[in-house]
Design a protein around this ligand. Structure first.
Ligand code: SAH
Ligand code: SF4
Length: 339
């Protein structure tokens, strides 16, 4: 089987070149080409022809292809359906912010966490993505948009801490100084609350931004929305979050999807304030994206604003997430479900 070069870091690429009888710096050059987005060996014009031929025989640059694009005419937001080499599909969203372009990357095909408001898990879990497939989403989105992506958020389909090895490798590939050299601070990982993952993340990636999906702050209620809470209850989760901040000095973002009549009342805001008191954190309020099958609806814009104000008046920093690509519509996972 051919080696997919998207999976290799610069050191491994040098070793790969050496094993083909080339000088290691040729491997470095090849790595640089790939991380500048080259899709074929023929583009690597400063590599000797003989090396390129050897690469063609032994290696691949397995692409992630864009099968469908939905574009919001109001801004530059674009939602992609990515096709993987085995025919599976995942989604990604490209967003332009004042600080640069961001891509929301998927980490798994499907998801096994089963949150009731989320479309990504509706069909269950299929498989983990490799690091190269996550990287491939970045390259494909850049090719499609013609723009450079300088912020990645692992917040698409899947639970990153259920696939930590590949996600870690992906983050390191993005950071590789011989490749993209993306700063740790320009990366964000979002988890539904897998505590061992949070503990390891504080150790391994103290500079990468961490987001935790909270949504409710009482176990009996959170459990109804997020089965993960049965294994990792709130008290333990919030303790892990405090430990994370103690260790890294970093502010955590809590995601809170506002569901009309479920978790958006004044008293829910007060519960949230009590739970987060004294923490170095930010709350990202997301009016729930409707998923047809699920029959729950998001809070109104006005309600979301009022909820944010209650938090702010108690000293908890909160923002209502800009409704990106409103006309594209729909939650993560929806595009995949509408062939
Ligand atoms: N699995 C990780 C990351 C992917 S989900 C996690 O759960 O954190 C990314 C974010 O989208 C999470 O905060 C998740 O709770 C939220 N989300 C899922 N379905 C949603 C929906 N229908 N509307 C709004 N946010 C949703
Ligand atoms: Fe998985 Fe996150 Fe969706 Fe929950 S919200 S099912 S953890 S992708």
């Amino acid at each position: 089987m051919k080696q997919n070069l998207l999976e290799l870091n610069s050191e491994e690429m040098k070793a790969f070149a050496a094993a083909l009888g080339e000088k290691p710096f040729r491997g470095k050059q090849c790595f640089q080409w790939i991380h500048r987005g080259a899709g074929s060996f023929d583009e690597m014009t400063d590599l000797p022809l003989s090396f390129r031929e050897k690469l063609k025989e032994t290696a691949d640059i397995e692409p992630v292809r864009i099968l469908r694009v939905q574009e919001d005419p109001a801004d530059k937001t674009r939602k992609f359906l990515f096709g993987l080499v085995d025919g599976e599909t995942v989604e990604g969203v490209f967003m332009a912010y004042h600080y640069g372009n961001s891509l929301c990357v998927s980490s798994q095909v499907g998801c096994r966490m089963g949150c009731v408001f989320c479309a990504s898990g509706l069909d269950g879990f299929v498989r983990n993505l490799t690091a190269g497939e996550m990287l491939g989403q970045v390259f494909a989105a850049e090719r499609e948009t013609g723009e450079r992506i300088n912020h990645i958020v692992v917040m698409g389909m899947g639970e990153p801490f259920d696939n930590d090895e590949n996600v870690s490798r992906f983050l390191r590939l993005m950071h590789d100084p011989e490749g993209r050299n993306l700063s740790w601070r320009n990366m964000t990982v979002s988890t539904s609350g897998i505590i061992p993952g949070i503990v390891a993340f504080a150790e391994d990636f103290p500079q990468v931004n961490l987001a935790i999906s909270l949504h409710r702050v009482r176990d009996e209620e959170r459990r109804r929305l997020m089965p993960v809470d049965r294994k990792y209850p709130l008290e333990d989760l919030l303790r892990a979050a405090r430990e994370y901040t103690k260790k890294t000095g970093r502010r955590i973002t809590f995601e809170y999807a506002l569901i009309a009549g479920e978790n958006d009342r004044d008293r829910d805001a007060e519960d949230l304030i009590r739970a987060l008191r004294g923490m170095l954190c930010h709350v990202n309020l997301i009016p729930l994206n409707e998923v047809d099958e699920l029959g729950i609806s998001g809070s109104s814009r006005a309600r979301a604003g009022a909820f944010a104000e209650i938090l702010e008046s108690s000293g908890i920093s909160a923002t209502v997430r800009r409704k990106l690509g409103a006309s594209i519509d729909g939650a993560c996972g929806q595009l995949r479900r509408r062939p």
